[in-house]
Design a protein. Structure first.
Length: 631
């Protein structure tokens, strides 16, 4: 036991020292939020569509990163073990390389990509709606029926109508509004740089299938609402266009981006062009600057982040340092807390439409985000400033507002969503858009509910005697998988969800090792432990909706499993100690599992490698082990 603790102490000291050295003067930590090559590709395409000639160096760097990520078989993939590559991502990469002017269709890498795309059915088989929008907006394909069949007048329906625009999740709305504008204008932008993709069309590229019964039911209900709107059809359509334009403009952040996301900023700029804006319009110029401002230089090259994770990383690292032994007065903790204090939201956002009463008090994911707070970032920030709030009235006021906001966000079913309360109308998941099931709504999730419970139980002392806590516990118990795991929405995937659920439940339940759901969850983690002592799960779990082993151990997933088991067992077990030693070994490895993406965005279409995760979660897991068992 003593030997394990000494190894842990040494690793904690090393990790904490590295973290402190990497802090920026403003108190933040700025790690890369790496999300494949998709946003890199969109950035190249947008710069060429806008005919901006001053960013050749950036285009070259993005081009080189994209080309360097091509697999020997000719395709691109979101993660190492993605079977047979990813067609949509490969189409995006192929288009961007041609748009860049630094690659040509006769080059061997693009020839290989072309053969792969044709073997998968060609352009017509691309599933990702963003890919299809890019192809349509650049004149390569027709606009998909899944968008043109949605009446733009939907934006005019009142909140009282069961199916209205604000019943979609915030993430969906900021992407759907510009897509609908372009689709209904049948917008197509072709320039001298637009490549010809005839070689990617095949006889196996069928027209879109007839909408399913569920999709037809959804569209029929929507049409009923639209038919009740008063006004001439043309006037209604123009009003809807104007409302969609205003919706976008009202949600532009100070850096020019839409909602602080690169993906919808790309769409917004194209939608503004579709509305007749000049390519040099100040709104467009500022949006492009904001998009380019999301660049990050890594050892592998330059990439464009979809939404920098600065607030998330800073909050978690400030908390991790305190769990590792730093006091709240340590300069790194104090500076990080001051940074976070200045980024707490003070103005209402779209979340107020479903939650109109509380005072704003949440935090967002990125520092440019001022209107779209989320529950997970808010509890992360609250963990970071918790101790300072006890002695400093400024932090106490901030803490009170943040806690009240989190409590107000609980869904009627007892769980917690990410961004908006009670935005969980299942009918919207029937929209004929790939990924709609995961993106269209913002329901309660096990990871969010578990992490919120963990905060409430361990940091506020609120327990099951409080009705809302009991309701959250009941929600988690009801949503446990038969094998004992939980699905996690924002991490990969069953390990992530099970970690969050177990740490949440153990924080509010006495004698957790005897609780049936907790016992089953811990047993599931032990059953999937790798022979080397660690844990590793494939991103494929996210799409297949069942656990898929990676076959290798990753640092963050091993840390999550250890942290969960530490929360359950009163004494260390051989499996736990084996996991600890494997985790420490992983932190000194440089093999591919250490850079495997363990963050989730959209099943099948968006995965994240948080460069911060090999510091945050191991530091927390090791500290929790030492703090519980080392005494």
């Amino acid at each position: 036991m003593g030997n394990v603790i000494s190894e842990i102490d040494e690793e904690i000291q090393r990790l904490a020292s590295n973290v402190v050295r990497q802090q920026y003067p403003d108190g933040s930590w700025r790690y890369c939020f790496e999300n494949g090559i998709s946003i890199d590709a969109y950035t190249i395409i947008l710069i060429r569509v806008l005919e901006i000639e001053s960013e050749e160096a950036l285009i070259r760097r993005l081009h080189d990163r994209i080309l360097g990520a091509q697999q020997p078989e000719g395709h691109w993939q979101w993660y190492r073990d993605e079977q047979n590559g990813n067609l949509s991502l490969t189409v995006e990469a192929y288009c961007a390389l041609l748009f860049s002017r630094f690659s040509h269709s006769s080059d061997a890498p693009l020839q290989k990509a072309e053969r792969y795309i044709r073997s998968q059915g060609g352009l017509g088989k691309t599933a990702n709606i963003l890919t299809r929008c890019m192809l349509a907006a650049t004149g390569q394909t027709k606009w998909p029926l899944s968008l043109t069949s949605i009446p733009l007048e939907m934006l005019l329906l009142p909140d009282s109508f069961p199916i209205n625009f604000f019943e979609f999740s915030g993430y969906s709305r900021v992407h759907l509004a510009p897509m609908l504008i372009m689709a209904h204008r049948h917008y197509s932008a072709r320039t001298g740089d637009t490549p010809e993709l005839d070689a990617l069309r095949t006889d196996r590229s069928p027209s879109e299938a007839r909408p399913s019964r569920g999709v037809r039911e959804w569209l029929d209900r929507l049409q009923v609402g639209v038919s009740k709107l008063i006004g001439a059809p043309k006037a209604l359509h123009e009003s809807a266009l104007a409302k969609a334009e205003k919706f976008m403009r009202d949600r532009i952040e100070a850096d020019g981006t839409l909602y602080s996301y690169a993906s919808c900023t790309f769409l917004m700029v194209l939608a503004l062009l579709a509305l007749g804006y000049d390519k040099r319009h100040p709104l467009i110029a500022k949006a492009v600057r904001g998009l380019i401002g999301m660049r990050f230089r890594t050892e592998e090259g330059t990439t464009i982040q979809n939404s920098p994770s600065t607030v998330w990383d800073t909050a978690l690292l400030a908390y991790a340092l305190q769990e590792a032994g730093a006091t709240e007065h340590h300069p790194a903790v104090r500076n990080a807390s001051s940074y976070l204090l200045g980024l707490q939201h003070r103005k209402p956002g779209d979340w107020t439409r479903h939650n109109p009463n509380p005072v704003p008090g949440g935090w967002g994911f990125s520092e440019t985000n001022t209107i779209n707070p989320d529950v997970d970032d808010t509890t992360a920030a609250l963990r970071a400033i918790q101790k300072l709030a006890r002695s400093d009235s400024t932090y106490r006021e901030s803490w009170n507002r943040g806690l009240n906001w989190v409590l107000s966000m609980q869904n009627r079913d007892g769980g917690w969503p990410a961004f908006e309360r009670n935005v969980d109308q299942q009918l919207l998941t029937l929209v004929a858009i790939e990924g709609a099931k995961s993106a269209a709504i913002d329901p309660s999730e096990a990871d969010l509910t578990g992490r919120t419970l963990e905060y409430l139980g361990n940091f506020t002392g609120l327990g099951r005697k409080h009705g809302f806590v009991k309701k959250a516990v009941d929600w988690l118990v009801e949503h446990q998988e038969e094998d004992g795991s939980w699905y996690g929405r924002w991490g990969i995937c069953y390990i992530y969800g099970t970690w969050a659920a177990l740490t949440g439940l153990t924080s509010v339940i006495d004698s957790p090792e005897r609780h049936e759901s907790i016992r089953k969850g811990a047993q599931w983690l032990l059953q999937i432990q790798n022979d080397d002592g660690g844990w590793g799960e494939s991103c494929s779990s996210d799409r297949q909706r069942h656990y898929v082993p990676l076959g290798k151990s990753t640092p963050s997933q091993t840390a999550w499993a250890i942290d969960a088991l530490v929360s359950v067992y009163p004494e260390p077990t051989p499996a736990l100690n084996q996991g600890i030693r494997r985790l420490i070994a992983l932190l000194h490895d440089n093999d591919w599992p250490t850079s495997y993406p363990t963050g989730a965005g959209l099943p099948g279409h968006f995965y994240v490698r948080y460069h911060s995760y090999n510091s945050i979660w191991p530091l927390l897991a090791l500290s929790h082990y030492r703090n519980k068992y080392g005494k």
